[in-house]
Design a protein around this ligand. Structure first.
Ligand code: C2E
Ligand code: MG
Ligand code: MG
Ligand code: MG
Length: 281
């Protein structure tokens, strides 16, 4: 009986799995083509100093304008890029673009921003990922301290030894490191002591429920960052009351739709050279 039920289940699931696999194969083929044709592009979301209101940096966020489906979300195509290994080439390209764009904004008279680039676990496993990072800096002429790599807790825990070795090498080169989505992953607090990082990013989940529900964790993350001498940035700030709470709590930097959407490079330059945002004045 169990056996036949199992067989039935198998039969019932096969068409669905095939459909998902087909869709994924199609997405993979389209992504491969899009990368070849350089159809993807980074958008940049500004980050602000909570005390002074000045724009201090940007985060590079990949966008894929698809001819039929509009903008495909990175939440959809980054996992495909990771599984297929395409993320290695794509990640290398984003690093170069982000550094080149920042250098161009410098030349155009923008204030000295930092640029944060998201890194996948798969990239960290590349034997010469550090070489890619240094090559992007070298090609753009940027000082290493202008570049920040965003690593997630799960990436760090995937192979802690490898990650720690990478982090020390990157820090020795002068590049900055931050932990993205902090508080949502599986890392142990004990590791924070041995991770040579510069910054924690409070996950949007905790910011979203401020000031009523998220404040216990947000307060704890800010205190943790203080204790370790790290900077802290809140992501996903959408409402003025969230920003007011974060400023009062001593959060260093803020990023979110309230302060600025992710935008194309040219628009970021215009924003960076314009008078500061009303929410922070
Ligand atoms: P993330 O690194 O945590 O990026 C923050 C995400 O929150 C971005 O989503 C951003 O557009 C969104 N966001 C910013 N402010 C707000 C806000 O106020 N409210 C809300 N609801 N959302 C906000 P996005 O651009 O869709 O990217 C999703 C994820 O895809 C990123 O999460 C990152 O993990 C990944 N990703 C994006 N670009 C790259 C890349 O170049 N390389 C890698 N490896 N991953 C990337
Ligand atoms: Mg990020
Ligand atoms: Mg994040
Ligand atoms: Mg994320």
């Amino acid at each position: 009986r169990a056996k036949s039920a199992g067989r039935n289940r198998l039969v019932a699931f096969v068409p669905e799995m095939t459909l998902a696999a087909q869709r994924r194969a199609q997405l993979e083929a389209e992504l491969r083509r899009a990368i070849e044709q350089e159809a993807l592009l980074p958008y940049y979301q500004p980050q602000f100093d909570c005390r002074t209101g000045a724009m201090v940096g940007v985060e590079a966020l990949l966008r894929w304008p698809h001819p039929e489906r509009g903008f495909v979300s990175p939440a959809e195509f980054i996992p495909v890029a990771e599984d297929t290994g395409l993320i290695v080439e794509l990640g290398r390209w984003v690093l170069r673009r982000a550094c080149a764009d920042l250098a161009a904004w410098d030349r155009a008279g923008a204030p000295p921003l930092t640029v944060a680039v998201n890194v996948s676990a798969r990239q960290l496993k590349e034997p010469d990922f550090l070489g890619d990072v240094l090559a992007a800096l070298h090609a753009s002429g940027l000082a290493p301290g202008r570049l920040e790599l965003e690593l997630t807790e799960s990436l760090l825990m995937d192979d802690v030894e490898c990650a720690v070795a990478f982090m020390h090498a990157v820090r020795a080169a002068g590049v900055r490191l931050s932990i993205d989505d902090f508080g949502t992953g599986y890392s142990s607090l004990a590791y924070l002591q041995s991770f040579p990082i510069n910054q924690l990013k409070v996950d949007r989940k905790f910011v979203q429920s401020l000031p009523v529900a998220g404040h216990t964790i947000a307060t704890a993350v800010i205190a943790l960052a203080r204790g370790f001498g790290l900077a802290v940035v809140a992501e996903g700030v959408e409402r003025q009351e969230q920003l007011d709470w974060l400023r009062a709590a001593g959060c260093d930097h803020a990023q979110g739709f309230l302060l600025g959407m992710p935008m194309p490079a040219a628009q970021l330059l215009a924003t960076a050279t314009a008078p500061r945002t009303a929410a922070l004045t």
